[in-house]
Write a new protein. Structure first.
Lengths: 222, 336
């Protein structure tokens, strides 16, 4: 029978299987289904990008907090995080540029107070890196990169069509991450397969679940 | 490689004992019904919002089949249908495929494929368990959805249902039994035509090709199903004996199904960004239909077929997508 016990699977495969319903919980939420199929109104897209700005802003600080707590048993993961932070540095400015393109000045975007769901997402990721297990950051990376690489492309197309945007104008962050995160997914799989410690694996799985949950709530609320 | 024997419950879940326990499982994607006069178990699949073989749906189906096998002699007839109007099954979970392909995860692709093969292999072995199987298809069924009905002893389609193997349109092929079961039912030429064209077929066309046994008028599927079951039931023992020997005359081997799944997973890893964008386009069409649009995956496939026929698939965005370097091929190894 092909019911291979999860203990025999590489961790990435186990993670995909264990969290598939969480991914589908995001994918099948009516607001997400509608957004991927038909795009969004300008008002809702602005609201989404304003929340996204705060998620992206906290991405590297969370990675840095986790990297600083990973001891030498997790050296490869720490180095992966250094490189990843380097690649992601400044990407919150891309969100600001997209907001500018759809009529929200940078100052207004920076001054925007994130909603409770966004605070909950960022708060959990900081807490988990600090108190749960620093490897939990890989769960945040996985959830956000799945969202970007699997759903980002169709969503960017739908937004482009529904708001009649030209080229990458207004969708540069989402569209470019849809392509970039395809590369990131392959790298992340290799890094996740280095996680063999049981408590680290459990923390990653929990983090994936919480990130999908909160991200779904963010889309639901805008 | 030894073929699995139907009846071995998966690890970690004890089989239910008795019909009441089987029906009492808290399924999320399945609705079971029992008719004691025919000893008929009906399973209606409803994976919402997009009817496909998600990992959870595969797990529940396998659990149900393990329960049936663990209670020999209880079930005489098994019928699979859909609880989603106008859709039988769209096949594989396209988003999961995109995720696994982008991650370059051949093992998970193979694992997914093997889970699908285990389901079709169970159906292939149903006669050995004393069970006659019928698929009632009242809506469109694509790719893995069509593969999943091929090993049933009787296949009933309502007239407006359409089916096909669209995988070739995004440079893949159906890898979970399409070749073996289509060749056995309809011959090599029909299998080649269906797999290599990627086109959709009407119920009548499928009937002409012997893939479908009975075409019912729309809304008449249940009545036809009842007639089929009542025709088979008095000849149940002889029918199953004949079906068991049919397997000896035209065997399908588990080893071959698994070998094809492994080829399928390797081929999936070679999909380009352009291929994945076509797959995403199909997924987006499925979502649009769920959102209330008139047109969904079937209409999108027809558009893809037309584009394919006219050879303009490499226009515009597609050409730009294909020109992107596919960086998935050579991810750097993290230093241990």
């Amino acid at each position: 029978m092909s019911d291979i016990p999860n203990a025999m699977l590489p961790f990435f495969a186990e993670l995909v299987t264990e969290t598939d319903e969480d991914r589908r919980g995001f994918e099948t939420h009516p607001k997400v289904v509608a957004a991927v199929a038909e795009g969004m109104s300008l008002e809702r897209y602005r609201a989404l990008l304003l929340e996204l700005y705060h998620v992206v802003w906290h991405f590297n600080p969370v990675c840095a907090a986790a990297a600083s707590r990973l001891d030498d048993r997790f050296q490869a993961i720490r180095r992966f995080l250094y490189e990843h932070m380097h690649e992601e540095a400044g990407h919150e400015d891309w969100v600001l540029n997209d907001l500018e393109a759809i009529g929200v000045p940078s100052a207004a975007s920076r001054a925007h107070a994130p909603r409770a769901d966004t605070l909950a997402l960022n708060g959990y990721n900081h807490w988990a890196a600090d108190r749960r297990h620093p490897c939990s950051v890989l769960g945040m990376l996985y959830a956000l990169e799945v969202i970007a690489s699997v759903y980002g492309g169709p969503f960017a197309n739908a937004i482009r069509e529904s708001l009649l945007l030209d080229g990458d104008r207004g969708v540069s962050f989402i569209d470019s991450h849809a392509t970039m995160d395809a590369q990131h997914m392959a790298e992340l799989r290799q890094v996740l397969n280095l996680v063999t410690d049981g408590s680290a694996q459990a923390a990653v799985i929990e983090s994936v679940r919480v990130n999908f949950h909160h991200f779904t709530r963010i889309v639901e609320a805008v | 490689m030894n073929a699995p024997l139907p009846g071995s419950a998966g690890p970690g879940t004890a089989p239910a004992v008795g019909i009441a326990a089987m029906l009492g499982r808290p399924y999320r994607n399945l609705r079971l019904e029992w008719s004691s006069d025919l000893r008929l178990l009906r399973a209606r699949l409803a994976v919402r919002p997009i009817q496909c073989y998600s990992l959870a749906a595969l797990r529940e189906l396998q659990l149900m089949l393990d329960d049936i096998a663990a209670n020999p002699g209880q079930v005489r007839h098994f019928v699979l249908s859909s609880d989603v109007p106008k859709v039988f099954n769209f096949g594989g979970d396209l988003s999961l495929f995109v995720l696994l392909v982008r991650a370059g995860d051949v093992q998970s692709l193979q694992l997914y494929g093997r889970k699908c093969v285990d389901l079709v292999w169970w159906m292939e072995n149903a006669a050995e368990l004393g069970i006659h199987t019928t698929a009632l298809v009242q809506g469109d069924t694509l790719g893995g959805g069509l593969e999943s009905v091929l090993p049933f002893h009787k296949v009933i389609f309502e007239r407006s249902a359409q089916a096909g193997f669209p995988e070739v349109l995004f440079n893949l092929f159906p890898g979970m039994g399409a070749w073996d079961f289509t060749i056995r039912k309809a011959g090599y030429a029909v299998a080649s035509e269906m797999v290599l064209s990627g086109r959709l077929y009407s119920a009548e066309e499928m009937h002409t090709r012997r893939i479908v046994d009975v075409v019912a008028e729309d809304g008449e599927g249940e009545k036809v199903l009842d007639a089929v079951l009542r025709e088979v039931d008095p000849r149940h023992r002889g029918t199953l004996a004949a079906l068991r020997t049919r397997r000896m005359a035209a065997p399908v081997r588990y080893e071959d199904l698994i070998a094809i799944v492994e080829q399928w997973a390797q081929s999936a890893l070679e999909l380009t960004d352009r291929d994945l964008r076509l797959m995403e386009r199909l997924a987006r069409a499925q979502a649009r239909k769920v959102g209330g649009a008139d047109e969904g995956a079937v209409e999108e496939l027809k558009r893809m077929e037309l584009e394919h026929a006219w050879g303009d698939r490499r226009s515009g965005a597609d050409r730009r997508a294909v020109s992107l370097t596919d960086r998935r091929q050579a991810p750097r190894e993290p230093q241990p």
